[in-house]
Ligand binder design. Sequence first.
Ligand code: ZN
Ligand code: ZN
Length: 125
Amino acid sequence: MNRRQALLGALAIAVLGTAVLIALRGQRAVRAESDDFPDGTFWLCAADGCGADFVRSVAELGEFYRQHPGEPLACPKCGKTQTQRALRCPLCKRHYAPSGPGERVVMCPRCGQELPRRTAPSAAP
Ligand SMILES: [Zn+2]
Ligand SMILES: [Zn+2]
């Protein structure tokens, strides 16, 4: 490879890198609203005998509500609409109903393990 080819190669990599960066930045701007829900939103089916866990991304949820304003989300397993927003247990990764105001779920209802306290990100290295 001569000097000129090496230079062109380096230039191509630089251009490509810049293009990728711009594309990533554009994507990030579009997805900004989902930053709070990097894993999507967690749902639970409360229908008798179902209890399915499922996840909907913020984009999917927005699309659903746009097409079905005011309608509850249907369970992908049983098709019923007794679905509710849920929290995800970090230990067993299953979903559980959030506690009411003033109370705190200390034990995962699905696996029975004590839930780690939600703390602010520590300054630990
Ligand atoms: Zn269900
Ligand atoms: Zn659990």
